[in-house]
Design a protein around this ligand. Structure first.
Ligand code: CDP
Length: 220
């Protein structure tokens, strides 16, 4: 039975950063499930598939021509139909579209097996919203990360600034709040901690410390 560590939580809770650090330290594989929803959204936009055409979106998600690779330096690259879209999928626009696409049950169903296929020896760190509740309910270790809304907006702001994206903190806070609402209220896999998940509030806690707490839980 291949071990899985699930890391779920809202936008800006630090999941992505912590998941990467923990996977690296353990030498485990990494599933960035949000990237799959972002890829589905970007693919839909490029193919002119409307974001409310549930059947077409599910078909597109099932046959998503996505590829996850690492370059010689170990940097992750995400490809869509052979094109490197590692950065394109990180925009707020794609994030917003991703959360709409992710609310469609048939899309989630279409991506289920693809996500489970990431469970390979020696282990997997799975980052998302429903890793512990739906995709890997049998995971031996489950973590739910949170942080205050202000801190999450600040982190996202810093991240986007570093990427040269111009946004205001106020508009970003609003977008994040809107996306949180949609993720929490949808009927398909709403964002909530899985039973038995350890909840960690990362507000004001440095990355190294959170990484250490998560690793301690895995090794316990
Ligand atoms: O980085 P951030 O947390 O903002 O976004 P993400 O993890 O890349 O996910 C983008 C969107 O995909 C989220 O707002 C969710 O609506 C959706 N998502 C999901 O529904 N289930 C997952 N396992 C991962 C992401």
């Amino acid at each position: 039975n291949i071990p899985v560590l699930t890391l779920d939580g809202p936008s800006g809770s630090g999941k992505g950063t912590i998941a990467r650090a923990v996977a690296e330290q353990l030498g485990w594989h990494l599933l960035d499930s949000g990237a799959l929803y972002r890829l589905a959204a970007l693919h839909a936009c490029r193919q002119d598939v409307p974001l409310d055409d549930e059947g077409a979106l599910a078909a597109l998600a099932r046959d998503l021509p996505a590829e996850f690779r690492q370059d010689e330096r170990g940097e992750p690259h995400i490809l869509l139909a052979g094109e490197d879209v590692t950065w394109q999928i990180r925009t707020e626009q794609v994030g917003d579209a991703a959360s709409r696409v992710a609310a469609i049950p048939a899309v989630r169903e279409a991506l289920l097996e693809r996500q489970r296929a990431f469970r390979q020896p020696p282990g997997l760190v799975a980052d998302g919203r429903d890793m512990g509740t739906v995709v890997f309910p049998d995971a031996p270790v489950k973590i739910f990360l949170t942080a205050s809304a202000e801190e999450r907006a600040r982190r996202r702001y810093k991240q986007l600034k570093e990427q040269g994206v111009s946004v205001t903190l106020a508009s970003l806070s609003e977008e994040i709040a809107e996306r949180d609402r949609r993720d929490a209220q949808r009927s398909a896999a709403p964002l909530r901690p899985s039973r038995g998940a350890l909840e960690l509030d990362t507000t004001g806690v440095p990355v190294d410390e959170v990484t250490g707490q998560v690793l301690a839980r895995v090794k316990a």
